[in-house]
Ligand binder design. Sequence first.
Ligand code: HEM
Length: 390
Amino acid sequence: MRKRAEAFDRWIRTSFVEMNTELEELYFAQRDRARVIGVGDALKAQLRDEGRAHIVGLLQEGNTGDGFASAFGVLGNVGLYLGAMRRHELTNPAREERSPFPEASSLAMHVGASIGMVPRFATAHLTTHNMAVGGVRKSFTSLPDEFLFIDENTRGILAFQRAADALMRIVPLGISSPVNDGLFDAAKRALGDAIRANERLFTQLDVDRFFFCVRPYYKPYRIGRQEYRGANAGDFSGINEIDLLLGLCRANDPYYAQLLVDKMLFMLPQDQARLKECMTHRSLLDELLAVADASAGTAWFQQNARSFIEVCDLFARTATQHHDMLVKRFIEQPAGNLIEEDLQGITASGPPLPVLLRSLETLRDLRVAANRADLSTRCADLARLRGLLA
Ligand code: HEM
């Protein structure tokens, strides 16, 4: 990393975290914890100006040619800075037509375009590609609940990636291969890890700290004229690889295809490539159903279909946990206590909360293969497969 990029990174890991944490403590100590405007103004100005000085230097240097890791790091750091500016209401897309941070916008657009990602910080910056230094990973604040959130999201993502990787390896072997047993087992173990990460989030994360001090850094903000939705823990390809390989979601379903298109550039280039590849395969469910009439009585079919269904059941459990436990406890319930003005921009993607909740419910029901008259799920196909098991 070049000197300026290094200095910015150091600042992000130290003063930036300290000032954000101090501001969070000011907001959280108030009777109205959602109040941000007019609180800690001197500190906010210091945060804005110190960050800007680093960014102006980097922009003048105009160099993104130091390799992917360095460019990705700069993009993440500018993004964390802008995410904090949004959190502290120094920018708000609802009252502006363009970002009041032109230098940060230019730098973000230059670096983002050069590596093929959206010009904002992405989930990978704080999770799978969040390089720890001396045991400390990047974060907005040093609040224990933010570290818990980042760490369990990372563990969850890594677990889904392990499951996706195991399932993907079945494709070239074919659904009838006797060696699929180890791969299905690996997928099951990994999904068990994801379930445990969700449980830890549910039981250990403090609702108010998460809602008032962590979540607001993930709001949408503008870069240049364009508004970009916030990052969410789902911005990695592994979860969609599982959807598609299991056959629970289809890349030609208009709702699901839109979701994939929307999230593509929020993912790392290597994730984008994996997802594109995955879209070209026939799902394991379709593979099993295609030979069911001829092979249901064989030993390989019984074994692999059973393992396949066990994987589906575990995956369904993670989807139910996400919606019925995490989203409900940490977003829906606390949002119920807010006044209309504070509800704006509550989520990472920006639509009104009821619209977002309906969309997440649809995803849950696709992954659970629920029996819904208004939604085309794999409910009947999975029931048929279950019925074929001895
Ligand atoms: C406290 C914990 C969590 C909460 C409150 C939460 C909440 C949300 C919300 C509200 C969204 C919609 C995006 C938006 O805000 O606009 C979302 C999306 C998503 N989240 Fe989470 N989430 C949590 C943890 C996780 C974890 C640990 C994972 C998996 C590693 C995960 C996976 C996803 C996925 C995959 C999506 C995108 C939709 C999809 O493709 O399924 N979330 N989450």
